[in-house]
Design a protein. Structure first.
Length: 437
């Protein structure tokens, strides 16, 4: 299937998103916010409507073979698991479609964070996503450790905005004897940096640490090979680049090497062997692998929405062709932004911040395509200007998202965005900055 697949998605109009300054209110907006919430696919809409119809016409019998579309709810995730495994580079038994990101993170940390008085630290990046930070701190507290000591953060060097691979590896080598768990974001939500997952995993495990990953901004964005990279565990949501809808069902991964030793402690009936699940035996018999960690039956409506989006990924060829297109789109947007008279190279940004005479911005996302996904993070160097810029481009029909106090994230997602979107985004950003200047 040729890319892009904009026709497979429902994108809002300028009128619908309140773009009051756009001269064509009924034309499609410039949606560069798939890093925060992917748009609805027509396929997802169709599948959800089919499940609603099945609920209405079949009620409880829809769980089984009378399902009119051949997707009995008892086995619904069997349609999803192969696609999800392919998306993240795993074996089917290593992944489960279940829960939500932070709930899955807590489940995984319960199994894999096993601190001792000597080895108790959790290593992560500074400014990890807040939900992760809360989870890390709460797990440390649950084991009797002070998060101020137990959570070890790696920070960028002074005057820099992203982490150097060597600094991460050096920290692991230096502190590894005291680290129980290394867990970074695959792609950092604020800066858009794609961390070197394979080398960090290898270095962590060489020091006797468990290595897990939060793939909220990586799944559906960059190619992943979790099994081959020997990642211990990973969790992700599906409402960003995977386009499964707001609050969509999440996913988790556990490498098959743990199947005999890390078994679910918070057992639920959906993780029980399907052959005897409905016999309701008193003793829990978990499914082998990640799916044994399932607890309750998944929301079919949420799962249908995810299935619809994953079918589009599959028809597009999964991540390799998408990645090739993503690299080109993000490079095109970057080039257009760097041509702005308001652009400042990132190495000059700290000096500009102390002597701003006009609106200016830099790009804090790494310039090397190997170190980033689709997203570019624009940092505005003048106090209080970011929100004005964000409001201005929104009024003109460009949808990105703001991260206070000074960053706007723009992400040309390869499934549905086009070069025209990049051009529109850069042009209208320039117009807003002209008005502010």
């Amino acid at each position: 299937m040729a890319l892009p697949l904009s026709h497979e998605f429902v994108l809002p109009t300028n009128r619908q998103i309140g773009a009051t300054a756009h001269p064509e209110p009924d034309s499609t907006c410039t949606y560069l916010c798939g890093n925060s919430l992917g748009p609805m696919s027509k396929r997802s809409n169709t599948l959800v409507q089919e499940e609603l119809h099945t609920w209405g016409t079949n009620a409880v019998t829809g769980h089984f073979s009378t399902h009119p579309y051949g997707r009995g709810w008892v086995d619904f995730c069997d349609h999803i698991t192969p696609l999800l495994a392919e998306l993240v580079g795993a074996k089917e038994k290593e992944v489960a479609c279940m829960g939500t990101l932070t709930a899955n993170l807590h489940l995984m940390m319960d199994s894999f964070y096993k601190p001792t008085p000597e080895r108790y630290k959790i290593l992560c990046e500074t400014k990890a996503f807040p939900s992760d930070q809360y989870a890390f701190a709460s797990r440390a507290l649950a084991h009797g450790f002070d998060p101020a000591n137990a959570v070890l953060e790696v920070s960028p060097r002074p005057g820099e905005y992203t982490l150097r691979e060597q600094d991460i590896l050096d920290t692991i080598a230096r502190e590894g004897h005291s680290i129980a768990l290394v867990i970074f974001s695959g792609v950092q939500y604020y800066t858009g940096q794609w961390f070197p997952m394979q080398s960090i995993t290898r270095a962590a495990q060489a020091q006797g640490c468990i290595c897990g990953w939060d793939l909220a901004h990586a799944a559906g964005n960059v190619p992943l090979s979790l099994h081959d990279w020997n990642v211990d565990f990973a969790v992700w949501c599906t409402y960003k680049y995977v386009n499964a809808g707001p609050g969509a069902i999440g996913g988790l991964y556990i490498h098959e090497k743990w199947k005999e030793t890390e078994l679910p402690k918070f057992a639920g009936w959906w993780g029980h062997d399907p052959a005897t699940r409905f016999a309701m035996p008193p003793k829990f018999s978990p499914i082998e692998g990640a799916q044994g960690f399932q607890q309750s039956n998944p929301s079919v409506l949420a799962s249908a929405s995810l299935l619809g989006s994953l079918q589009i990924f599959k028809e597009a060829g999964m991540m390799q062709p998408l990645r090739e297109r993503s690299v080109k789109l993000t490079a095109a947007l970057e080039k257009l932004l760097m041509q702005s008279k308001y652009f400042v190279p990132v190495e000059e940004a700290p000096a500009w911040q102390s002597a701003i005479v006009r609106p200016a911005f830099t790009i804090i996302t790494p310039s090397d395509p190997n170190n980033r996904g689709a997203q570019l993070s624009l940092m505005f160097l003048q106090n209080d200007v970011m929100q004005k810029v964000h409001d201005g481009i929104t009024s003109l029909g460009v949808i990105g998202d703001e991260r206070r106090p000074d960053v706007i994230r723009l992400a040309p997602a390869p499934l549905f965005n086009t070069l025209k979107d990049c051009e529109q985004g850069a042009m209208l950003l320039e117009r807003v900055l002209d008005d502010l200047a």
